[in-house]
Design a protein around this ligand. Structure first.
Ligand SMILES: [Zn+2]
Length: 151
């Protein structure tokens, strides 16, 4: 595969960020973990485990499916990656660290990130004044279901 110098440069930059991320979370840096993070980054639109496995297998054809699932579990447990469920009951993975919501199109199954600091502030404020009994809120993520006009 022919890659340009610029692509290689960006790849190294991302890989360094991923190494840092794993280290910060007290996780050992392995090639396989880096490959899974790379897959999550490259396959935008919240990939399924199958899509991630497909991507990782390009580089590591012999990797066991269970290994990829294991890595995803570890990353989820550590909060580096989040699981999202759709109406179709597929689990999709999300590695975007910045607070965001999701726009979910039930026709084409696209999940797009939706950033809205104003909305975040409203939600935070709302629950500051109206707490839920016996419940400590850690995070609020909205899944805004709908449809693209083109769908
Ligand atoms: Zn997302």
């Amino acid at each position: 595969m022919l890659v340009s110098k610029l692509e290689l440069f960006h790849f190294r930059m991302r890989q360094n960020e991923h190494k840092k991320l794993l280290t910060e979370h007290g996780l050992k840096v392995t090639h396989q973990r880096l490959a899974v993070l790379e897959a999550l980054m490259e396959l935008s639109n919240h990939p399924t485990a199958e899509m991630i496995i497909g991507y990782v297998k390009i580089k590591y054809p012999k990797i066991a499916v269970a290994t990829v699932y294991n890595i995803l579990d570890i990353l989820c447990k550590d909060g580096i990656v989040r699981k999202i469920k759709t109406d179709q009951d597929f689990v999709r993975y999300d590695a975007e660290p910045k607070s965001h919501h999701h726009l979910y199109c039930s026709t084409c199954e696209v999940i797009e990130n939706y950033y809205d600091e104003e909305l975040d502030a409203i939600l935070r404020n709302y629950f500051k004044h109206k707490s839920i009994p016996d419940w400590e809120i850690k995070e609020i993520t909205l899944q805004i279901a709908g449809q693209y006009n083109k769908c």
